[in-house]
Design a protein around this ligand. Structure first.
Ligand code: AMP
Ligand code: MG
Length: 266
């Protein structure tokens, strides 16, 4: 399942050719059961990662507006001990962030050793949003691909496993979700007029993401394009990816002090 979602380094991401409502051969009830299993397994592995205290995992979630980044976080981490988790959302840079290079706030927010960090948006906004909103010239955003490849390689070399997910929502599903945000008073706070303009340029946004994902899917830090029209499938795929990453790290509990076996606490 995960191989199909992976963007092989050096190959085009071809996001527009991928089906956002793909169910990857699964049915929802089986998917939900599998998600519950994965939750337990992720909880166990992150307990060991935390105890081992040597390495970390960074999950980067990207996607167009209303692709469901928040919902994925809610479902994937519902059963995981929050003590070993670090969450961070990135909005339009402000204050001290503007006074530094674009990777400054990213670097400062990385998970500490032993933690699983989750980025809701990331430095990829600095190539895609910046490009689409014309906040920098092409020469400026394009050279960032190179910075990002090097930056991520450094992080992996130094002990942070990186999983990058692009949530691939269809134009129609994005339309429906934006409409729901307008119609549902409880969700209206999420909507900004600017979202209409972004939706109108759906194809261009996908093309910009395609370029960024193609340029930055590397062996140390590959991208995965996850079908995002079905909430259960997208949570399942992200949980599978995270779990596979933790399994690969195979974190170990530290050796306890010797001679503790049979010791009685008086
Ligand atoms: P939301 O996730 O709905 O709160 O929206 C955050 C907004 O901030 C999105 O429109 C992003 O594209 C935008 N954003 C995040 N990071 C950057 C950045 N580095 N440069 C420009 N816009 C950004
Ligand atoms: Mg938004």
């Amino acid at each position: 399942m995960l191989d199909r979602l992976r963007v092989d380094p050096g190959s085009p991401a071809s996001i527009a050719a991928r089906d956002p409502s793909d169910r990857l051969g699964l049915e929802k009830p089986a998917g939900e059961r599998r998600l519950a299993e994965l939750d337990e397994r992720i909880d166990e592995l992150q307990y060991r990662l935390y105890a081992e205290d040597r390495r970390s995992v960074l999950l980067i979630l990207q996607g167009l507006d209303a692709s469901g980044k928040d919902g994925v976080i809610r479902r994937v981490f519902a059963g995981v001990n929050p003590i070993g988790l670090e969450f961070r959302s990135f909005g339009v840079p402000a204050g001290a962030e503007v006074e530094h290079d674009y990777l400054w706030r990213i670097h400062a927010a990385l998970p500490a050793r032993g933690r699983v960090g989750v980025f809701n948006r990331s430095h990829y906004e600095d190539v895609v949003a910046v490009r689409m909103r014309e906040l920098a010239t092409e020469a400026v955003w394009r050279r960032r691909y190179d910075h990002i490849r090097a930056f991520e390689r450094m992080l992996v070399d130094e002990g942070t496993a990186i999983v990058k997910v692009f949530l691939n929502v269809s134009r129609e599903e994005q339309r429906a979700r934006l409409q729901e945000r307008i119609d549902d008073p409880r969700k209206r706070w999420k909507f900004r007029r600017d979202d209409l303009g972004v939706h109108a340029r759906y194809d261009d946004w996908v093309a910009a993401w395609d370029d960024a994902v193609t340029e930055t899917s590397t062996d140390p830090a590959p991208w995965y394009v996850v079908p995002a029209d079905r909430n259960w499938l997208k949570a399942l795929a992200v949980a599978e990816l995270l779990c596979a990453t933790l399994e690969r790290l195979d974190p170990q509990l530290p050796e306890p002090e010797t001679g503790l076996e049979g010791l009685r606490v008086a």
